[in-house]
Design a binder for this molecule. Structure first.
Ligand code: ZN
Length: 503
């Protein structure tokens, strides 16, 4: 048939189809093509649409510990969080989050994770969308089908104060937390939904813009580079850009009055530390060697993965720190001036997470040891660097004795229970696994393994099997029995090279 006839034929079919789907409204979520602009478009795009069906995106990503976290059917590229905090004492705020995403299937509806607030409007591609809420699941039904591979935007407007939320994983408050004098965000693993609508799983990493407006004299600090500070008279707007892909739980917004201290590592990584104004000098000391740490870990693990780094101290006495990307946060209790050595280790721990946890992210929360054991072992590596190999060996002996004694309170590193994700099994026991691996394959192979693993999965996600594969590839050794005994056995494995045994 001559091409012209084909075109006419398909245009005819297209018109019938558009009329039909238009009449049936949204009863069956049939895919409707965008209005064709030329006959060629019709010819190439119409035939597949005859079979295409649109389905709701699944309300979870099937994580093995937290199956409902995250959502399927789309992939977020960028979040823009515009938060105007009207009252710092209650965190009463007006928020607009704009999500730029791409559909990974034909979507009739999709879910976001979002807790609390009053939602005033949701727009999809600038058109009002319907929505329903059930606990943290926010189901959005756009006016038309979103086609596979096509980009789309979601704008969610909301207001209220973030509610207190309990994590499924840990018995302390998580998410956006208001305290006397300010607020902070500490979301691992499931608190991000407490302040923005999100695909809340590390599998869907994205870049972020934060536009935070606070009343004078408060200031805001978030991940990434401070691009602009706008004086609006009674309020100030802080604009941050985080240009490297980031897992949702690593997004942080902190409000207080800060002393900002900027510097640079010798290797050239910019550092900015946010201390609550008036924080005593001795509580800033644990951060004094951050530049050296960045350069040392860059030697060991590969170049520092992000644009800048820094620490933020929360003006609150409770025990928590988090490796929030490019800006780790530390409560005051974690940087106790009476424990200078321990405090410096916490600083090393959160920094090491920038490579292991942030740049290389989990694909499943069950593999949390890939974050925590690596960051814990980095504390030992910092001890070795600053105080010598004997001190590292001493550190390992103490850790071994601790795990042996407290064994009952821990899970094997590779099998954490969902309600005690951060038990010491994934920190101390797993760190011993890494030291044992080092003795098993030798220093050269061991550090080559860490570098190769980081290089291969930087800005992405990895599972335990990926790390084991790298370890075997680099060392040339078969290591499945080794890792089984360290990650999944109920018994603490021996470290023969040091004469350490569980009995
Ligand atoms: Zn950690």
């Amino acid at each position: 048939m001559p091409p012209l006839k084909i075109s006419r034929f398909y245009i005819f079919i297209a018109i019938i189809l558009i009329l039909l789907t238009g009449c049936r409204a949204s009863a069956t979520p049939t895919f409707t093509a965008a209005a064709p602009t030329t006959p060629t478009t019709v010819v190439t795009e119409l035939p597949p649409t005859l079979e295409m069906k649109a389905e709701p995106g699944a309300p979870g990503l099937g994580d093995s510990l937290y199956p409902h976290l995250g959502n399927a059917g789309y992939d977020v590229q960028h979040y823009t969080l515009d938060l105007t905090v009207n009252d710092v004492a209650t965190s009463d705020l007006e928020g607009t989050t704009i999500i730029e995403a791409r559909a990974t299937q034909n979507l009739s509806s999709f879910n976001l994770d979002f807790i609390g607030f009053e939602i005033t409007t949701i727009l999809v591609n600038d058109k009002p969308a319907e929505f329903q809420r059930s606990w943290q699941e926010l189901t959005v039904t756009p006016p038309g089908v979103l086609a596979e591979n096509e980009p789309f935007t979601v704008e969610v407007q909301y207001q209220g104060s973030p509610g207190e939320m309990d994590s499924m994983a840990i018995q302390i408050q998580t998410g956006w937390i208001t305290f006397d004098g300010g607020s902070f965000v500490l979301s691992e693993p499931d608190g991000a939904a407490s302040f923005y609508p999100v695909n809340d799983h590390p599998l869907d990493k994205a870049t972020y813009t934060f536009r935070v407006t606070v009343p004078e004299p408060f200031e805001a600090a978030a991940n990434g580079v401070l691009k602009e500070t706008i004086d609006n008279g009674d309020t100030t707007t802080f604009l941050f850009e985080a240009r490297d892909p980031m897992a949702s739980y690593l997004a942080t917004v902190n409000i207080d009055e800060f002393d900002l201290e900027t510097s640079q590592s010798e290797g050239g990584v910019p550092i900015r530390n946010y201390y609550p104004s008036g924080l005593p000098e001795e509580m800033r000391k644990p951060f004094a060697r951050q530049g050296e740490m960045i350069d040392y870990f860059s030697d060991l693990f590969g170049d520092y993965p992000f644009e800048l780094y820094g620490a933020l101290v929360i003006d609150l006495e409770f025990g928590a720190a988090l490796e929030t990307q490019t800006l780790s946060i530390f409560s005051k209790a974690m940087i106790d001036a009476n424990q200078p050595e321990g405090s410096e280790q916490v600083v090393a721990h959160e920094l090491a997470h920038q490579w292991f946890g942030d740049s290389v992210s989990l694909a499943d929360w069950r593999d949390i040891w890939l974050n925590e054991s690596f960051a814990t072992y980095a504390q030992g590596l910092w001890t070795e660097h600053t105080r010598g190999r004997e001190e590292l060996d001493e550190w390992v002996r103490r850790l071994y004795a601790f795990v042996r004694e407290e064994r009952e309170s821990m899970s094997p590193p590779g099998e954490p229970p969902g309600d005690r994700l951060f038990n010491q099994g994934v920190y101390s026991w797993g760190a011993l696994c890494l030291h044992a691996l080092r003795l098993e394959v030798g220093d050269e192979n061991f550090f080559d393994i860490l570098k190769t693993y980081h290089e291969r999965f930087a800005d992405g996600n990895a599972r335990t099997a990926d790390f084991i594969a790298v370890a075997e590839e680099v060392s040339g050794k078969e290591l499945s029995a080794f890792f089984d005994s360290w990650l999944y056995s109920e018994e603490l494995a021996p470290i023969p090279g040091m004469g350490l045994e569980a009995k």
